[in-house]
Each structure stands twice: as structure tokens, then as C-alpha cells.
Write a protein that binds this ligand. Sequence first.
Ligand SMILES: C[S@@+](CC[C@H](N)C(=O)[O-])C[C@H]1O[C@@H](n2cnc3c(N)ncnc32)[C@H](O)[C@@H]1O
Length: 179
Amino acid sequence: MTVRLLALLWAVGLTGVAGCIHPRADVPYVQTPHEVVAQMLRLAGVGRNDVVYDLGSGDGRLVIAAARDFGARGVGVEIDPRLVAQSVESARRAGVGDRVTFREQDLFQTDLADATVVTLYLSPALNLRLRPKLLRELRAGARIVSHDFDMGDWPPARALRIDVRERASQVYLWVVPKS
Ligand SMILES: C[S@@+](CC[C@H](N)C(=O)[O-])C[C@H]1O[C@@H](n2cnc3c(N)ncnc32)[C@H](O)[C@@H]1O
């Protein structure tokens, strides 16, 4: 079975919606519902002093909501240039073009040092691959929020179930400890 087929099954199995996948992407594009986006940002306690990174930012909705609704600054990191262009245009229309940036970049090549909040909607395996990088690069007290996927044996500080139109989403929060 190819990686691409597995990725597509991930999307179909977990969301009921087949996402499209860029050739260099590790997981397909599937959107977080707007209601879940708001709950993720609330769970992380996002505010004006935060810099929110969405790793695999899709159409930019998490970063745009963080800036528009919570006053934060944001950085979206996305491998698919089409989605990056769409995000830039949506941010401009939402009036937050000066508070957010979108980078066409592999999330594993992204320096996370200035992030205070990281949001994720990836896969269980990708979260586990990313975990050492998050713990190495983020400062103590930074918050990580993940839609649907946990971090293996790193227990979340909080977990929420959110029901939106007959689909149940899980949202997890971790706080980076002092090393
Ligand atoms: C499930 S979607 C989530 C989109 C958005 N964060 C949301 O929650 O609505 C995952 C996104 O990650 C992107 N992606 C996959 N692998 C990536 C990588 N290695 N670096 C950057 N982006 C990646 C995909 O193109 C896709 O847009």
C-alpha cells in the first residue's frame, strides 16, 4: 500500500472527507472546523502577547483566527504553495495581513524559537516525530494544542471533546516543561 493511499485512508477514516495531498506532504489537507479552531485557541489561552505557529497550516484558518479574534500574531507553515497563496489572500481580506505570515516550508525545517503557542492537526505518527523538536526548540511555558491526535506517552494537561455536526473532535493541550 502506498504512503499516499494510506494518507487518503487517514482522511477518509477519521473525518469522512477525503482530503487532497501535495506530493511532498506527510499528511493530507483536511480542515479543522471553525468551531474547533476557536476552542483550540481558547484552550491554549491565546492573547495579544502570543505568537501562534500552525504547523501544516492549510488554508490559514488557525493563524487568521488567532490574529482576528484573539489579537495574537501568527505564522503558518505549509508545504503546498497553493494553500499558502490562499492563506495570504484570506488574511488580507480578514484585515490581519500585517499580523500574520505564511511560509511555504517543511514544518521539520521550521525554527520554532519565537512561538509561544503551536497548533497541530497532523497524525499520531507525525506528532511523535515532532515531539523532540517541540521540546528542544520551544521555551518553557509554551503551549501546544493538537486536533484529534495525542503525543503518545506524554499526557496532555487538558483534553476536550467537541461535537460539531455529528463529528466528534478531540483537542489536547500540553505545556512545555522547564528542562
Ligand atoms: C490536516 S491538514 C490541517 C490544516 C490546518 N492546520 C487545519 O487544521 O485546518 C495538514 C496540513 O499539513 C500540510 N503538510 C503536510 N506535511 C507537511 C510538512 N512536512 N510541512 C508543512 N506542511 C505539511 C498539508 O499540506 C496540510 O495542509
